[in-house]
Design a protein around this ligand. Structure first.
Ligand code: TPP
Ligand code: MG
Length: 469
């Protein structure tokens, strides 16, 4: 099938754009996720990745390089080999033997999804036939390391976010979209030790945290699409995901305060003696915000059941952590406050799982907070549609793609004797789940405009009034 390539929306305000440069030649085979062209929007020039695989065909009546055209204008097609030959395209790189469509690799690489939605086999887990809810950690007693469950959870995040990134490029996601691609091991391993009643407090990069804590992919996709079926009714978008029923107390675009909010939740639990643990996820950038020092100090002196998880991906937007901290290890700051601090390889899910277990056990036992620093890397741009050049090198990004936490765990599981086919099946299931989430969001209704003032609280003559004033 010929896949159209259209002028993508970049950022919030773009209405028109122009092709600055094609990064592939006509007839060249382009793999899904590869950089295809450079687009100039009203703000910046961005490299745009191919949403599908295929042979590039730029029709003669397509807009010329440099011509400004509205979003959605047809720019090119990505064709199958047969279609390309039929259209008389010169194919410089024909695939040996079979057509390279679709992407044959079943392993999550961070560079795109396998194309076809597999037909589920009888009894196979699908969105329509979900696995039964597992017993809580307290019901189970202490949990053993379950590599397959963690692989599934990491793949869920990867597949949903890659699908969201594609949807963002198509203009279906409203607002910003900061992905967690490359960092999945951290939330997955930490949340594996939490019950529904435990709370997490998240950031602008929060889809992975929300999914790991149990927010269904459909509700996240619908929220980013602004639909009424989203977890915040379509009112919040990517940076305002809420689902207190499963302990997701909110993602937030304000860098830092989640540390204080988690501390406040820990204070509540300590007063009530309810045995709950709260977790703050935050970045290296947030560790230089005053909230970090205030929250950690307070939680430590009051022995609060809080876990502080610094996801040190080495950059705050385009600012290298090395340029804003003489001390490269955030965990070493713990010495100054008197709580345990540990640095762990954030791309090794088992390693994060081990340190998180100890931290959660300490918190539940009333022994106070722990600061965990997970060293990691985001392998996509800071936010979808933003440029990802100039402040870090392609070699650095590629090296970290090679340290993909999902691939790392998969290799371990194969060494332990798991059949590749069974791991492929988990990946196919998560792929189908992500596609289902996007379809659900696409088909969901917009919020009713008459409900715009619902959940808005104000005061009239000193009296609180809910639902519009
Ligand atoms: C209080 C505040 N200051 C600045 C910003 C602008 N800002 C948005 S994301 C970001 C970088 C945050 O970096 P980090 O905490 O390392 O998280 P990462 O994006 O790397 O996951 C900044 C500075 C903000 N949103 N809030
Ligand atoms: Mg960072």
């Amino acid at each position: 099938m010929a896949h159209p390539v259209t002028m993508p929306r970049q950022g919030w305000t773009m209405e028109t754009g122009s092709v600055v440069e094609w990064l592939k030649r006509p007839g060249e085979f382009v793999r899904q996720g590869e950089q295809l062209m450079v687009i100039q929007s009203d703000k910046a020039a961005n490299e745009i990745e191919a949403l599908e695989s295929g042979y590039l065909d730029i029709p003669s009546d397509a807009p010329a390089v440099g011509a400004e055209v509205p979003i959605g204008t047809l720019l090119a097609y990505l064709l199958t080999e047969a279609e390309a030959r039929e259209r008389g395209l010169h194919i410089p790189n024909p695939s040996p033997g079979k057509s390279p469509l679709p992407n044959p690799s079943p392993v999550a690489t961070g560079e795109g999804l396998p194309d076809p939605t597999p037909t589920p086999r009888e009894g196979e887990r699908t969105p329509a036939n979900p696995a039964p809810s597992p017993p809580s950690r307290r019901e189970r007693g202490d949990v053993a390391f379950d590599g397959l469950a963690l692989l599934r959870a990491m793949l869920r995040i990867r597949k949903v976010e890659e699908a969201l990134a594609r949807a963002h490029q198509q203009g279906l996601v409203h607002g910003a979209c900061h992905t967690y691609v490359g960092e999945e091991a951290i939330a997955t391993a930490v949340c594996a030790h939490l019950d529904e009643g435990d709370t997490i407090w998240s950031t602008h990069r929060g889809h992975g945290h929300a999914l790991a804590k149990g927010v269904p992919p459909r509700e996240i996709a619908a929220e980013l699409f602004g639909r009424s079926t989203g977890c915040a009714g379509g009112r919040g978008g990517s940076m305002h995901l809420f689902k207190p029923e499963v302990g997701l107390m909110g993602t937030s675009g304000i860098v830092g305060p989640c540390i204080l909010l988690a501390t406040g939740a820990g204070y509540t639990s300590s007063l009530l003696g309810d045995g709950r643990v709260s977790v703050a996820f935050f970045g290296d950038g947030a560790s230089n915000n005053g909230a970090f020092h205030e929250g950690i100090n307070l939680a430590t002196i009051w022995n609060l059941p809080v876990i502080f998880v610094c996801e040190n991906n080495q950059y705050a937007t385009e600012v290298p952590f090395a340029s804003v901290s003489k001390q490269p290890d955030v965990s070493k700051r713990a010495v100054g406050y008197g709580l345990p601090g540990v640095t762990v390889d954030g791309n090794d899910v088992r390693a994060v799982w081990e340190v998180a277990r100890e931290a959660v056990d300490r918190a539940r036992a009333g022994l106070g907070p722990t600061l965990i620093e997970a060293k990691t890397y985001r392998t996509r741009a800071h936010s979808e549609g933003m440029r990802d050049a100039g402040y870090r090198s392609v070699e650095e990004i590629d090296a970290w793609k090679g340290r993909c936490p999902i691939r790392h765990l998969r290799a371990t599981l194969e060494r332990e004797g798991h059949q590749p086919e069974s791991l492929d099946a988990i990946e196919a299931e998560m792929d189908a789940e992500a596609r289902d989430a996007i379809a659900f969001a696409t088909e969901s209704p917009w919020p009713d405009g008459r409900t715009a003032a619902d959940h808005v609280v104000g005061w009239v003559a000193g009296t609180p009034v809910a639902g519009g004033i």
